[in-house]
Design a binder for this molecule. Structure first.
Ligand code: AMP
Ligand code: GLY
Length: 411
């Protein structure tokens, strides 16, 4: 079978790696991919949002399956166009992906169907938004209602911060013209609950926790994720059951009732608060870096899993669960300004898995090509052992422009 993976990060590298273990898959393409993916798939020089060209490519190569990584491809309507062309594709429709691309859509759905989340209001007017913030205790949670590459959420500690953020979102249109969702501040540990969803059938994946802050001790700016681990010591079996029965399944059912059935990965960004588990956000895709430690635990054939979900069929799926974590190596300066093009040397004696997130090859040299550059995976008898193993590999990788956290999974 021929498979096309769309995207270019660590998530897509992990998907390609898992597909390469399937006996049913003979050829893997990845558009646009990266230097690590190039070792396991043929790279296709097409942008992940260039839907027309991607469709033409899939038709030409008789693609049996296409798997979508990024939210931007989903928001560009890639799945709808592929399906119109009778091509099998794994991922939700553009309409269903609104659960991620529109904070307002997600919030309205949760309130309508009693899915636990923070109370909220929606604003388009700057003055009204500011008055609402003034009437509530701080911190205030301000969310731009659209895709903003992880930068559309501001936790304002005081009125000055709130005013600046609201001005950016509603007056200066920093992320584009749009609305703002203002919601109550919740507290507690966050975790990622990814489920494969096929209409109303919901298949849970192992739980993980992302580390969003740039530096050790959860210091520094928010990033796309600097490390990830699982299983989670602070989540009980009852918690997981609650999240599945009261959040993930009802959300899939709500989408069905709204006439927008969900197909693909529904990713619950959840928080364990003192008043129970609540939804912080939903994503409509695999998480990055979560996927890099989830897919290695899949015991079933991933090709069958993807096809089953894409075809709307019942699937059989089995998972391992053992301590595993990933440490992200990022370009110095990330998530703000950073330089690219630094050489990376990976010695041959590294035994742990490495997934590339932002790399390229030029004249036989491996170079940095993104904010997050690679993720090093460690497994062990417990999380600390896994962390030590991953760190040993991290320290062997030579590159003058990378930094990483040393405390992933320690909390
Ligand atoms: P989101 O993009 O909605 O996941 O928000 C990004 C981050 O902001 C989350 O991972 C949380 O750490 C934080 N956050 C979002 N909403 C809330 C909230 N209601 N209360 C506290 N923190 C929040
Ligand atoms: N790790 C966060 C995300 O994929 O959105």
């Amino acid at each position: 079978m021929n498979v096309l993976v769309i995207g270019s990060g660590g998530r897509e590298h992990a998907i390609v790696d898992a597909l390469s273990k399937s006996k049913k898959v003979s050829k893997i393409y990845c558009a646009p991919g990266n230097a690590g993916i190039a070792k396991q798939a043929e790279l296709v020089a097409l942008k992940d949002t260039d839907v027309e060209k991607l469709v033409a490519f899939a038709v030409e190569k008789n693609m049996d399956l296409t798997v979508v990584g990024p939210e931007t491809s989903l928001a560009a309507g890639i799945t709808d166009v592929f399906r119109e062309n009778n091509l099998r594709i794994f991922g939700p429709s553009k309409n269903a992906a609104q659960i991620e691309s529109s904070k307002r859509f997600a919030k309205n759905l949760m309130i309508k169907y009693n899915i636990p989340t923070a109370a909220y209001e929606v604003f388009t007017d700057f003055e009204k938004a500011l008055n609402y913030v003034k009437s509530k205790p701080f911190p205030a949670v301000l969310k731009y209602d659209g895709l903003a590459a992880g930068k559309g959420v501001v936790i304002a500690e005081n009125l000055d911060e709130a005013e600046i953020a609201l001005k950016d979102m509603l007056v200066n249109d920093k992320f584009g013209e749009g609305k703002v969702v203002i919601e109550d501040f919740l507290e507690g540990p966050e975790f990622s609950f990814l489920c494969l969803v096929n209409g109303t059938e919901v298949y849970p994946m192992p739980l993980t926790q992302d580390h969003k802050r740039a530096f050790d001790g959860d210091k520094g700016p928010n990033t796309g994720g600097m490390g990830v681990y699982g299983p989670l010591p602070f989540i009980t079996e009852d918690d997981k059951k609650f999240a599945l029965e009261n959040i993930m399944k009802p959300t899939a059912e709500a989408m069905m009732k709204e006439g927008i059935p969900f197909s693909g990965v529904l990713y619950g960004g959840l928080m364990k608060t003192q008043n129970g588990i609540k939804v912080i956000e939903f994503n409509a895709r695999f998480g990055d870096p979560e996927t890099e430690i989830i897919l290695p635990k899949l015991k079933s054939d991933i090709f069958d899993v993807f096809c089953g979900i894409a075809d709307g069929k019942h699937i059989e799926i089995e998972w391992d669960d053992y301590p595993i974590l990933g440490i992200v190596m990022a370009s110095k300066g990330y998530p703000d300004h950073y330089e690219k093009g630094f050489e990376i040397k990976i010695p041959n004696d590294i035994e742990t898995t490495i997934y590339h997130m932002g790399t390229t090859e030029k004249n036989g040299k491996l170079l940095t090509a993104g904010g997050r550059v690679m993720i090093v995976i460690g497994q062990g008898k417990d999380l600390n052992d896994a962390r030590i193993k991953a760190l040993e590999s991290v320290k062997k990788i030579e590159c003058e422009n990378l930094f990483y956290r040393t405390d992933i999974g320690l909390k």
